[in-house]
Design a protein around this ligand. Sequence first.
Ligand code: HEM
Length: 138
Amino acid sequence: MIDYRALLALHLIAVPLFVSGVLVTALILPSLAAGEETPRRQAERHRVRRWNLILTTPAMLVVWVVGLTLAAEGGWFAAGWLHAKIALVVLLTGLHGMQSGRLRRLDRVGGVTRAPVWPVPAILLLAVAIVALAIIKP
Ligand code: HEM
C-alpha cells in the first residue's frame, strides 16, 4: 500500500501544475481568439494546446485520482468539507473542459472563436475556496 504522505505530496505537486495551467490558459485565450490570423499566432496556439495536453490535463487527472484515493484511505468521504470541495473541483474541471474545447476549435478554424475573460477571476476564486476548504476543513 502506498504511504498516505507520499500520496498527499503527489496531490500537492499536481495541484499547482493543474491550477497554474488553467489560469495561464484563461489569461492567454482571449488574445489567441481575437484579431488577425498570423503564423506567429498559429504557433502560439499550438504551444498553448500542447501545454494543455501534456501538462495541465494529466495534472488534473492526477489531482482527481490521487485526491479520491486520499479520501478513501483517510476515511474522508463522510466529511462535509470534502463534499463542498468536490463540488468546487467539478466546476474547475468544467472550466478546464471549456478551455480545452476552445483550444481545439481555435486550432481547427483559426482565430475566430471569441473567448471570455470571466474565467480568470472564477478560477482564482475557486482555487482559493478549494485550498481553504482542504486546509481549514470546516
Ligand atoms: C475531486 C478532486 C479532489 C479530491 C477528492 C481531493 C481530496 C483531498 C483529500 C482527501 C486530501 C487530504 C486531506 C488531509 O489528509 O488532510 C486533500 C488535500 C489537499 N487538497 Fe485535495 N482533492 C481534490 C482536488 C484538489 C484541488 C483541485 C485542490 C486545489 C485547487 C486541492 C487542494 C488540496 C490541498 C491544499 C490539500 C492539503 C490539505 C492539508 O494537508 O491540510 N485538492 N485533498
